[in-house]
Design a protein around this ligand. Structure first.
Ligand SMILES: [Zn+2]
Length: 145
């Protein structure tokens, strides 16, 4: 006869169900993440001094290349100073551009296209490139300040 000398009593703790009375998520409801814009439109602000630089409505593309990484193309920008214009060879050909700096703190935030030499790039004339890392999206709340 086998003797199970080391048999340990197995105590099955009844699972203390700590239900929080939370209804199961019913999918796609985004209400928790809803942002309040305080009656104004969402903007992009200078990451350095929080000066508003562009309206989200004016955003054309987030798929541009800045000097150091991703940059956004905007129809317009505000609170910027335009530097002197110069011809610059960019990935998409020769352009006449001018650097733009934040009026609030003087940080160079990108450039504006004054003239595109390639017909396919003409749509960028008068538009503004602002480097992603130079701006923060201002949603009337602050994620990390
Ligand atoms: Zn600034």
């Amino acid at each position: 006869m086998m003797q199970e000398s080391d048999l340990e009593p197995l105590e099955l703790d009844p699972p203390t169900s700590t239900r929080l009375g939370k209804a199961p998520a019913t999918g796609g409801s985004d209400e928790d993440g809803a942002l309040v814009y305080l009656g104004s439109r969402p903007t992009y602000s200078c990451a350095n001094c929080s000066t508003h630089l562009a309206l989200q409505d004016e955003l054309i593309s987030k798929a541009f290349s800045g000097r150091d990484g991703v940059a956004f193309l905007f129809h317009s920008a505000v609170n910027i100073k335009q530097g002197k214009k110069e011809d610059r060879m960019l990935l998409t050909g020769m352009h006449t551009v001018a650097d733009i700096t934040c009026c609030g703190c003087g940080t160079s935030v990108g450039w504006t296209y004054l003239k595109a030499f390639e017909a396919s790039q003409k749509y960028k004339e008068g538009k503004f490139i602002i480097e992603k890392e130079k701006i923060v999206k201002d949603n009337a709340w602050t994620l990390d300040s």
